[in-house]
Design a protein around this ligand. Structure first.
Ligand code: ADP
Ligand code: MG
Length: 186
């Protein structure tokens, strides 16, 4: 078996950028159901890109009904595919920072409270991570049509769930997940 390449030799030659190790493909889910939902999703995408999470593709934006016992406004949802050299913990910290910057508040005891931005790590390459702060693949991703539909839009061909093997590059259409007007997408 070949030895792994020496990063000192690989980085400059491949233009990986100062301080970068190996870029990893990551998938992130964005959701918003308070405030200017569209603007917050656009802003979050730009902030990720500016902070070392290079956006390769963003799904169209979908409007979905909130999954919650308390009545609340509908969500806009999207998924991005990106590459980053940030380690998983730093990527999560960045996501939480961006949520705060865009006005997310977390009322105690209300897990499902409406939010200006929810930014979740769905996949970090094929890594399986289970720490108190971070679970990857995101534990609810397979069950959520509002994740599966936009994920299928941007998934690399043949992408599969690292634990279950479920195909992620296709998803049955769901009447609960509707293309948002002017949704764009890349
Ligand atoms: P949810 O997204 O399930 O509605 P929150 O956005 O309130 O929940 O996140 C609560 C906590 O979930 C975060 O503080 C974070 O530490 C933890 N968490 C665990 N795994 C992940 C993940 N893959 N992506 C985002 N947050 C995660
Ligand atoms: Mg979250």
């Amino acid at each position: 078996m070949a030895d792994p390449p020496d990063p000192a030799m690989v980085s400059p030659a491949l233009g990986a950028g100062a301080g970068a190790d190996v870029d990893v493909d990551v998938y992130l889910a964005l959701g918003a159901n308070l405030g200017d939902r569209r603007r917050q999703i656009d802003d979050a995408t730009a902030r990720l890109d500016a902070a070392g999470v290079a956006i390769a593709a963003r799904s169209p934006i979908y409007e979905t009904d909130a999954v919650s016992d308390e009545p609340q406004p509908p969500y806009l949802n999207a998924v991005v595919r990106a590459t980053t050299a940030l380690p998983p913990e730093a990527l999560l910290a960045l996501c939480l920072d961006i949520e705060r910057a865009l006005g997310r508040v977390r009322p105690p005891g209300r897990d499902k409270a409406p939010r200006t931005l929810d930014l979740d790590v769905l996949l970090y390459g094929a890594r399986v991570i289970d720490t108190p702060a971070l679970t990857v693949p995101h534990p609810a991703m397979l069950a959520r049509a509002f994740v599966r539909v936009p994920l299928a839009d941007v998934a690399a061909p043949g992408l599969r769930h690292p634990i279950t093997g479920d195909p992620l590059d296709r998803s049955p259409p769901s009447p609960a997940v509707r293309r948002f007007r002017d949704s764009g997408g890349a």
